[in-house]
Design a protein around this ligand. Structure first.
Ligand code: AMP
Length: 411
């Protein structure tokens, strides 16, 4: 699709291209190929895309490039809003990387930590602020931050902002921005409230639609095990006996279940940590660092805490509990197979979760393979193009099955 396009063709300048080459980005991803030229020409863009598609670089590269060419000042000239601290942290890390040759000053602002370091940073002057909405509003109200010179606004994961109740805060922030600015919005889905917000924020935007199937789902081997709740933990231990499960994210429905699974895994001698909304920012960061550095094999997470986690080399995503929203499933499994790598998503489905599975199969169109001889009940046969496949015994080697599977999963 983008085989012939290069970052040079898209108008990315040489200092940034050098950084991309060093990071091993040989070609732009589809969303980058479409978004970068539009952004560099000053247009507003709405991107329907999720993490794993390369969307951070799609907006970060043009912004870094444009800011190096506009007048530097004390107040921020770009504002990026993200729903979670983790995502804000990752976006700011990406910008630091892409902007390494540009001497841009980046501040990341989120709640749950003392504000002193953040205000000190702002006082010294910044070019780009990456923030979650609540703390940003606090700092604006306390006059630590003047948003009156923002030239570029990015609203990332707008649908998640909505889920988390941030839309009123976002509206207040927008009021503090100059009317003349470039605005970008990214969202994996487009519920009516998000669509309304986009009409308020964006000016004649170009819409870029990167379907989830195109990248995330197609590259991931997906299987489901029918297993009752009481047996889920044993199944998890069974799977973990396979050493190829070396960097695993396990999703649970609640924080309490995350803690319980973590405790049980630790008892079974499997190195793990939990990450969820009740953990302090420091504890979450430490858990993420341990996971990134391979000191733990399993990160047990709830959806909100895991939002935006960008760890490369995640071998398996395990849905210990199925999510009750099909889109969340796509977000979860997008943690593996990042940047074109291969990955496996394994879902545990108890009898009271079968409706969730049906909704997921309907959304992703290619039904998930069933492991361990189970079958979806009759009513579950989704309208998608392919029949459900029964793929034999549970302990089968996932890697070898993947290869045989390639064609049938192609989007
Ligand atoms: P994102 O969708 O922004 O969360 O990015 C997903 C992952 O893809 C991140 O680990 C990026 O570092 C990586 N990535 C982004 N753009 C490219 C590219 N053009 N080539 C290879 N990897 C990329």
């Amino acid at each position: 699709m983008t085989n012939e396009t290069s970052f040079t063709d898209l108008g990315v300048d040489e200092p940034i291209r050098r950084i991309l080459a060093a990071k091993g980005y040989t070609a732009p991803t589809p969303i980058q190929a479409r978004a970068i030229p539009l952004l560099l020409s000053g247009q507003d863009v709405i991107g329907i895309a999720q993490t794993g598609t390369g969307k951070t670089a799609a907006f970060a590269l043009p912004i870094v490039q444009m800011l190096t060419k506009s007048q530097r000042r004390r107040e921020p000239r770009a504002l990026i809003l993200a729903p979670t601290r983790e995502l804000a942290g990752q976006i700011s890390d990406s910008i630091e990387t892409y902007g390494k040759n540009s001497a841009l000053r980046v501040a990341v602002i989120y709640g749950g930590v003392p504000q002193r370091r953040q205000t000190d940073r702002l006082r010294r002057g910044v070019d780009i602020v990456v923030a979650t909405p609540g703390r940003l509003l606090d700092l604006v109200a306390q006059r630590h931050l003047d948003l009156g010179f923002v030239e570029h606004l990015v609203l990332d994961e707008a649908d998640r902002m909505l889920d988390m109740g941030f839309i009123p805060a976002v509206r207040k922030i927008i009021k503090a921005l100059p009317a003349k600015r470039q605005s970008l919005m990214f969202s994996a889905t487009m519920p009516p409230e998000v669509s309304r917000l986009s009409q308020e924020i964006l000016h004649e935007p170009t819409r870029i639609d990167i379907a989830p199937k195109a990248m995330t789902v197609a590259a991931i081997l997906q299987v489901v095990h029918f297993v009752e709740g009481a047996n889920k933990f044993d199944l998890l231990c069974d799977l973990m006996a396979d050493e190829s499960f070396s960097r695993v994210i396990a999703f649970t429905r609640t924080k309490r279940r995350a803690d319980r699974v973590t405790k049980q895994l630790a008892k079974a001698g499997i190195k793990c940590e939990a990450i969820h909304g009740d953990k302090s920012q420091g504890a979450r960061q430490r858990a993420l660092d341990s996971f990134r550095q391979g000191r733990i094999r399993v990160l047990v997470a709830t959806d909100v805490a895991a939002r935006g986690i960008d760890v490369t080399g995640v071998t398996h995503v395990i849905n210990f509990d199925l999510p009750n929203e099909a889109e969340v499933y796509v977000h979860r499994i997008g943690r593996t197979a990042r940047a074109g790598a291969e990955g496996t998503a394994i879902s545990f489905c108890a009898s009271d979760e079968r409706d969730y599975l049906r909704a997921i199969n309907a959304l992703i169109r290619t039904p998930i393979s069933v492991e361990g001889g189970g079958k979806l009940p009759q009513a579950a046969a989704p309208k998608g193009p392919r029949p459900i496949r029964n793929s034999g015994p549970r302990r089968q080697n996932h890697q070898s099955r993947r290869r045989g599977d390639g064609d049938s999963r192609a989007a």
